[in-house]
Ligand binder design. Structure first.
Ligand code: GLN
Length: 492
């Protein structure tokens, strides 16, 4: 079989269980594609062929002996922010260039228990700070739809690997849009779960009150399979919720689109930077959902103008605290020949962190410093609560809220956006993290340059099944999610 990479996750599980192909064949197929095609996409930081083939052989043995689970033998790529024992975890930073974790992140461990085969670790913005994946110490990942464009970020490697058919699905993390925006830029489906739904244990921290892992794949159905592995309580993460996870696959048709009330925030569709074609594609997708029986309800989200300033205070504040551990002593890169301790700290951090990470550490440290703490950090926390209340009020009259995932399609590589311009591009995603809500991106068409456009649906707390179900039904009625970039059509 030469087209194994075109199969959906469900088709892969059926093929494996009916012994139409083995996990080894499937894994070798993906490894060959990575070896042949990833030089142009640069989505992987580390490829792990030996471990992958060993895991594939173990999976084949389990499949033969009847001890296999539903996903046993299915390959996956992990964002390089999830710790993997014995395999480097870099978080896209020189600081962790040679870091090998002694343990697996819970998400990775659960993947192993489920029988997933790890193909390797995929690229990301340094410490997940960014929207293009260009801030990675290991170089920029390319968008499979247009190799001179960015795949988005920070989970740009995850998105590019799946969009180029170098992995059937991938893990991502989302602090302010890092699953949804790259999914949007690469024509994929990506789910940011409710805060606390997926364990953060072993996931390198950026902003702990906002960070959440989730699945990235071609379809809602594929995401549901991975969500079944990732979700659930974890005693090792104190912010993980003791609430049983759903069976997201079984629930794929559980929510009716007919009668679904979709809120359309007036403020969102009047944002100055909203590209006309993005707006048009999103509106067309909403029309389609309306034809399928949904009701569109205009709503107000009055705090929209506060999203960017609030997020860009809280996220850097938490980052400055989280990243203080990388001092060249306890963790991370250490400079050569320090003259004294201060020099060691100073140069290790100046040489080990890139420009964007340093900018955020400076902003965050400033906001948390004595004398400014109340004026900035405490105030931002109060605004954060108002943003959450704004959403909860909206959910009194609607079931889900629709928005673009990003105001534009993918930027050109090196478009050298100034930082504030880049931050403004996060307008549609960051409030969801501030409120701790779940949200999903679904591909809904293309702009004139054939770059994908994404629709975002935001749900109330714990509504992951509902979001996946609505997108699944939309995807049964449309074929945007089945479109492939030219490089994905190439044979290895
Ligand atoms: N672009 C946002 C930032 O730079 C979000 C990143 C993320 O979700 N990790 O902070």
């Amino acid at each position: 079989m030469t087209d194994l990479h075109r199969l959906s996750i469900r088709e892969i599980t059926e093929g494996l269980s009916q012994a139409k192909f083995s996990s080894r064949e499937l894994t070798e197929h993906y490894l060959k594609r990575i070896a042949t095609l990833d030089g142009r996409v640069q989505s992987f930081v580390t490829v792990t062929p030996e471990q992958a083939l060993a895991q594939a052989d173990a999976a084949d043995a389990a499949l033969k002996s009847g001890t296999a689970g539903i996903l046993t033998g299915v390959p996956i790529a992990h964002k390089d922010i999830f710790c993997t024992s014995g395999i480097k975890t870099t978080a896209g930073s020189k600081m962790l260039e040679n870091f090998i974790s002694p343990y697996d992140a819970t998400v990775v461990a659960k993947g192993k228990v489920a029988g997933l085969v790890t193909l390797g670790k995929v690229n990301m913005d340094e410490f997940a700070m960014g929207s293009t994946s260009e801030s990675s110490y290991f170089g920029a990942t390319k968008n499979p739809w247009a190799l001179d464009h960015v795949p988005g970020g920070s989970s740009g490697g995850s998105a590019a690997a799946v969009a180029a058919d170098l992995a059937p699905f991938a893990t991502g993390t989302d602090t302010g849009g890092s699953i949804r925006q790259p999914a949007s830029f690469c024509g994929l489906t990506g789910l940011k779960p409710t805060y606390g739904r997926v364990s953060r244990f072993g996931m390198i921290a950026y902003a702990s009150s906002l960070d959440q892992g989730g699945p990235m794949a071609r379809s809602a159905e594929d995401c549901a399979y991975l969500m079944n592995v990732m979700a659930g309580h974890d005693a090792k993460d104190s912010t993980s919720i003791e609430k049983e996870a759903d069976d997201y696959v079984a629930n794929l048709n559980a929510t009716a689109v007919k009668g679904l009330r979709i809120g359309i925030p007036k403020q969102y569709f009047n944002v100055a930077g909203l590209d006309a074609e993005v707006k048009a594609r999103v509106e067309e997708s909403l029309k389609k959902l309306q034809e399928m029986g949904a009701t569109l309800v205009e709503i107000d989200l009055n705090m929209t103008e506060s999203y960017v300033p609030t997020y860009y205070l809280i996220a850097p504040a938490e980052a400055s605290s989280n990243l203080s551990r990388y001092d060249g002593v306890r963790y991370g890169y250490r400079c050569e020949n320090p003259v004294d301790l201060t020099d060691l700290y100073k140069r290790s951090r100046s040489e080990g962190f890139g420009a964007e990470v340093q900018r955020r550490i400076l902003i965050g440290t400033y906001a948390l410093s004595a004398g400014y703490y109340d004026a900035y950090y405490v105030k931002a926390q109060k605004v954060r609560r108002l943003i959450q209340q704004d959403f909860l009020k909206a959910f009194e009259s609607v079931d889900v809220i629709a928005a673009p995932s990003a105001p534009t399609t993918a930027y050109k590589i090196g478009a050298s956006l100034d930082p504030v311009e880049m931050y403004l591009g996060d307008i549609y995603t960051i409030a969801v993290n501030l409120a701790g809500l779940p949200a999903i991106n679904a591909p809904v068409g293309f702009d004139q340059d054939n770059l994908p456009v994404g629709l975002q649906l935001i749900g109330n707390y714990w509504s992951e099944s509902q979001l996946l179900s609505v997108v699944h039904q939309y995807q049964q009625a449309t074929d945007w999610h089945t479109q492939r970039a030219a490089i994905a059509e190439e044979k290895a």
